[in-house]
Design a protein around this ligand. Structure first.
Ligand code: ATP
Ligand code: MG
Length: 365
């Protein structure tokens, strides 16, 4: 029987665009910390290109372009290919087979209840104005369960929008294990303790920073691009004059400060205050302008992004090495996922050609 007691991480991203600071605080920063903690036996990072195609079937070039882009984002943030395996979803055939078997364990009614998928269907305009809902998109939570379980991940560090996916995955695990035998590992979601990081809003104040909404600060943003993004960021529309009292809730500048700032940075970049709570208090009372807060935020973000920019420049100078990392990672992942598929088929007794009992059972009838 396989060893199901190892500490394994699986996370991933859809290569629908470059990664942004929402991905960073929601998941990527945590992945690097977990990798550096040395507490995990294996870490897999999946570039979910097949999932990305479920709502981008007409634009495979976009997905292709973002394979190297997203890998560069990982490496720039400190993902170390010696300790974390980066792999491409569509190159792992076991995931499709697992998806097919799991589909029989999930009802359409259950799929319809998934609140993230519901919100995404609305956001993408499916089922409206003659735009149909692709079956692949509708069922992607099942293929995501295949991704997680194929690696036997017990830990999945992701943003809040992934909670329903994890719940659904765990239901599939329980159903599979109780029907066929204990093969699959029950994964736990790992959310950031800092709630501002779980679902970072877009710079337009919309609910979620998202590649598909164009309201992002990308990890590859130059200092100039960052300046522009921060200066045009949504704040409190009623805070017109510096002397006006302002709202901190729903104000992107403060949400981003909640996610990124540590109080030590005030001494260097905004010595009028000693901590974020003091700054917020002054903003609420009035007498603190948006520009001053934005300048501070810009410095805070540059502190975080500068080492990322520098690592990116080094990797960008050697794209063939990035390609080799992807290829080697994908080959390793092919073995891992193939092993799980064999165990699944053994448990379901559909591993016919590794199972001579098929002959003896027939003969003994
Ligand atoms: P798309 O719009 O194509 O779905 P996305 O920006 O939602 O792209 P995903 O690739 O779907 O990004 O998500 C990758 C990971 O990043 C997931 O763990 C998700 O929870 C997390 N994530 C995405 N957006 C945010 C955000 N704004 N705040 C925190 N975490 C996020
Ligand atoms: Mg998404």
């Amino acid at each position: 029987m396989a060893d199901n007691k190892r500490n394994i991480i699986l996370t991933g991203d859809r290569p629908t665009g470059p990664l942004h600071i929402g991905h960073y605080v929601g998941s990527l920063k945590r992945r690097v910390a977990l990798q550096d903690s040395g507490k995990f036996d294996e870490i897999y990072i999946l570039i979910a290109d097949a999932q990305a195609l479920t709502d981008n079937a007409d634009d495979p070039q976009k997905i292709r372009d973002n394979i190297i882009q997203v890998t560069l984002d990982y490496l720039s943030c400190g993902i170390d290919p010696e300790r974390s395996t980066i792999c491409i979803q569509s190159e792992l055939p076991a995931l499709y087979e697992l998806t097919a078997y799991y589909m029989n364990l999930v009802t359409t009614a259950r799929l319809e209840r998934n609140p993230t998928v519901k919100a995404e269907i609305k956001m993408r305009g499916f089922n409206e104005g003659g735009v149909g809902l692709p079956v692949g998109f509708y069922t992607y939570p099942i293929s995501q369960a295949a991704d997680i379980t194929a690696f036997k991940a017990n830990c999945v560090p992701v943003g809040e929008d992934q909670m329903p996916m994890l719940e659904q995955c765990r239901e599939i695990v329980h159903k599979f294990n109780s029907t066929y035998g204990e093969v699959l590992v029950d994964p736990q979601i790992m959310l950031n303790e800092n709630t501002a990081c779980r679902r970072l809003p877009g710079t337009d104040g919309k609910a979620k920073m998202s590649k598909s909404l164009g309201n992002c600060i990308y990890l590859h943003a130059s200092r100039e691009e960052l300046h522009q993004k921060v200066m045009s960021m949504f704040t409190d529309p009623d805070h017109i004059n510096v002397s006006d009292p302002g709202k901190v809730e729903g104000n992107c500048v403060f949400t981003y400060l909640d996610a990124f700032c540590n109080d030590d940075l005030f001494a260097e970049y905004c010595p009028d205050f000693s901590c974020l709570d003091e700054m917020k208090e002054q903003y609420r009372k009035g007498g603190l302008g948006d520009v001053k807060c934005k300048r501070f935020l810009e410095n805070v973000l540059n502190e975080e992004l500068e080492p990322i920019r520098q690592r990116r420049a080094r990797w960008e100078a050697d794209i063939p090495a990035v390609y080799d990392i992807l290829k080697a990672g994908t080959m390793k992942a092919r073995e891992t996922t193939g092993r799980t598929l064999s165990e699944v088929k053994d448990a379901m007794k559909i591993n016919y050609f590794e199972d001579d009992a098929l002959i003896s059972e027939w003969e003994a009838r």
